[in-house]
Write a protein that binds this ligand. Structure first.
Ligand SMILES: Nc1ncnc2c1ncn2[C@@H]1O[C@H](COP(=O)(O)OP(=O)(O)OP(=O)(O)O)[C@@H](O)[C@H]1O
Length: 360
């Protein structure tokens, strides 16, 4: 598969503040990439550099093998063969849907017959046929979003850049649209670079997820790999492993990709990610509330806790507990559990993530 987008060691500072600390990646033709990361990690900055809206300080960007940005030169967005969908859709309010979609083709001086054919085709794919003579203000949020995507796709860009495209839609519509968009992009074999802070949106749409942390890439993998093997404590936290034990201690003699940790009086086994640990026995243990099992007797791979509180959350109760070391954690259970009750939490070795750095 041909490489469409290539970033080599991209560095960006705002004044003296470093924002991107040397980002490198390749995106193949037809690939859908979702970039995830905490607020302020540099996702939008990266997108704007790829779009040609922002210059970079070091490194280079290539699109279809052509250098479009380096520290001396920034090719403008309209000359990159890209298109972008913004958070607020940015439709022309004074133009009907049809004119909004056709605009880019007219600017590109595409032959009128070809223009008509493409607009009809994309309107059909995005179910806009009956809406072509309306103005944006006469459309729902979801319809406006479809128009924005149609307008971006009709020019057949090398890459479609999406900046949080669903964040202004309500939850139900967001779920529908992300499935619809994923289907459409795969069908059209569109190369997509998509920025979001919503992991489920990234899971639903991406072939590969790139997780950024403070201007660098922490992990770039298939969604399933990121979910099952989160490479850093930040990735684990972002992808649902919200339970964090900071007082657990590594047992010495760790070998390979598993390790033993002491939690209170108990020793449990987990998957080990040494990372940039301090080289001592401090560590951070992470796991998902839904991956724990409660037991009143000691079982496999478990540690002792005391129940603090049970809250009803619809299909289950969330039980808040405290370890013997004083770390607090939650798990999901079918019913409430009495306050102050003591018991054990079991977590399978493959679902207990141990990170060498206790800092994150
Ligand atoms: N024009 C600017 N001048 C100075 N600092 C900026 C500017 N734009 C962004 N920043 C800073 O750069 C960092 C990265 O911003 P960016 O918008 O890329 O983050 P993000 O990951 O997209 O965040 P969010 O998810 O909140 O949109 C932030 O600390 C932000 O405050």
């Amino acid at each position: 598969m041909q490489t469409i987008l290539e970033l080599q060691n991209v560095v960006k500072n705002y004044g003296r503040t470093p924002v991107l600390g040397g980002v490198s990646m390749e995106v193949k033709e037809g690939e859908i990439i979702s970039v995830l990361g905490p607020s302020g990690c540099g996702k939008s900055t990266l997108l704007r550099i790829i779009a040609g809206i922002l210059p970079l300080d070091q490194g280079l960007v290539r699109i279809r093998g052509r250098e479009v940005s380096d520290k001396r030169r920034t090719l403008p967005p309209e000359k990159r063969g890209i298109n972008m969908v913004f958070q607020d859709f940015a439709l022309w309010p004074h133009m009907k849907v049809e004119d909004n979609i056709t605009y880019g083709l007219k600017v590109g001086k595409v032959d009128p017959a070809e223009c008509r054919k493409r607009v009809e085709e994309i309107a059909g794919l995005l179910h806009l046929d009956g809406l072509m003579s309306r103005y944006p203000a006469e459309l729902s949020g979801g319809q406006q979003q479809r128009v924005a995507i149609a307008r971006a796709l009709v020019t057949k860009p090398s890459i479609l850049l999406l900046d949080e495209p669903l964040c202004n839609l309500d939850v139900q519509l967001r779920i529908e649209m992300r499935t619809e968009m994923s289907y459409l992009f795969h069908k059209l074999k569109t190369t997509v670079f998509h920025v979001t802070h919503d992991p489920s949106e990234a899971f639903a749409m991406a072939d590969r997820i790139i997780i950024m942390n403070r201007g660098r890439i922490d992990q770039a993998d298939k969604p399933r790999t990121c979910y099952l093997r989160p490479g850093t404590a930040l990735v684990a936290g972002l992808l649902g492993a919200g339970n964090r034990l900071k007082r657990a201690v590594l047992e010495s003699g760790t070998v390979g990709d598993t390790c033993c940790v002491r939690i209170g009086q108990d020793i449990v086994e987990g998957m080990y990610f040494p990372g940039e640990g301090r080289g001592d026995l401090s560590c951070q243990v992470r796991f998902r509330p839904e991956d724990c099992r409660w037991s009143s007797v000691r079982g496999e791979n478990c540690f002792a806790v005391t129940v603090m509180m049970s809250t009803f959350e619809g299909g289950f109760y969330r039980i808040k507990t405290r370890t013997m070391d004083g770390d607090e954690l939650c798990f999901l259970h079918s019913g409430p559990i009495e306050e102050q009750e003591s018991g054990y939490i079991e977590v399978e070795r493959e679902k207990l993530y141990v990170y060498g750095s206790a800092d994150c």
